[in-house]
Write a protein that binds this ligand. Structure first.
Ligand code: SAM
Length: 313
């Protein structure tokens, strides 16, 4: 019978981790840290975690269904072996954001990525993960002698990654390998007839500094007068884009909720801004009970609501 039971215990909320993040805490022990980017159905993550019980593994995946399938397999194995996978923690976030914000400098031992999306179309190249700046970021987060291992099915992608490597502090080795990882995508390419894959190993030789992106302390605004009927919110587009998607006004509670989208580089966040009557004044702040990274974009969205609210007086 197919198991549907799924424990979310290995899942770590990136918003609740204390900064700077000390990964010993969510694991409850200090051990070398290995990270898999885009673990898919988790075959490699689970196998290496089983083989190396003395290491801590962090799996990053942004595809919720694949992540849940991995958790389901882990849960099933834990029914008969409760000690299994105690060395795995999982993050449901874009890997770029994780490396920018949640790993400190020189904190990771090894980074793996099997079959990253090659984004073969020219117009999609901007989505490729292992570009020059991302490699520099990984370099900073790796410990001395740390390593990044990428396996791809696409020779043009291998060539492109190699073209990004100069000046990133790595010595790169490439080799052709047979199928050996038994992941969903490796099986898929094998079934389609591909016999050989391309392995890129990046060995850290020189440290490159890339600072950790810090959370911003968000300002709460207050104003004496506010008239919802006259509120005109203006979207802003550019390096930081702020789009006001929806507004809900509760006349009785004297409260406005504004559903807002903020996009900055590769980070897109949705959140609610609350304009609330508090005794004699109105306050503008993030609505309670939401998870997001407090960024310059979020701060800009609050400032835009404040400017529009001031204009209603
Ligand atoms: C082609 S699949 C490979 C999955 C798995 N490694 C395998 O071999 O079967 C690429 C995976 O990377 C994930 N992914 C792509 N970009 C990502 C990112 N920026 N952060 C986290 N996961 C990402 C995708 O959701 C997808 O599951």
């Amino acid at each position: 019978m197919k198991s549907t039971h799924c424990s979310f215990k290995p899942l770590v909320s990136p918003y609740e981790l204390k900064r700077p993040v000390r990964w010993d805490e969510p694991f409850g022990r200090s051990a070398p840290v290995d990270v898999e980017i885009g673990f898919g159905m988790g075959e490699m993550l689970m196998r290496t975690a089983r083989e190396c019980p003395d290491r801590n593994f962090i799996g990053i995946e942004q595809h919720w269904e694949r992540l849940c399938k991995t958790l389901r397999v882990m849960t099933k194995e834990q029914l008969t072996a409760p000690e299994a996978f105690q060395n795995i923690r999982i993050l449901w976030v874009d890997a770029r954001v994780v490396f920018e914000r949640l790993f400190t400098s020189k904190s990771v031992d090894t980074i793996y990525c099997l079959f990253p999306c090659p984004w073969p179309k020219k117009s999609h190249i901007k989505h490729r993960l292992f570009h020059h700046d991302f490699l520099k970021l990984l370099n900073d987060r790796l410990k001395k002698d740390g390593k990044v291992k990428v396996v791809t099915d696409s020779y043009p992608y291998l060539e492109w990654v190699l073209s990004q490597a100069e000046g990133t502090g790595f010595r790169v080795e490439t080799k052709t390998v047979q199928s050996q990882y038994d992941t969903k995508f490796e099986r898929k390419w094998r079934e389609e007839g591909q016999q050989e894959f391309f392995n890129l190993n990046f060995f850290k030789k020189k440290h490159i500094n890339v600072s950790v992106k810090k959370d911003i302390v968000l300002k709460n605004y207050t104003l004496d007068k506010f008239d919802f009927e006259r509120l005109r919110l203006k979207d802003e587009k550019g390096e930081i884009s702020v789009i006001f998607k929806d507004t809900v006004f509760d006349r009785e509670k004297q409260k406005v909720l504004i559903y807002t989208l903020v996009a900055e580089q590769h980070l897109t966040q949705h959140f609610w801004i609350a304009v609330t009557r508090k005794k004699k004044a109105w306050s503008i702040a993030k609505a309670e009970g939401q998870n997001f990274f407090p960024t310059a974009g979020i701060a800009r969205a609050l400032a835009l609501v404040y400017e529009a609210a001031v204009n209603t007086a």
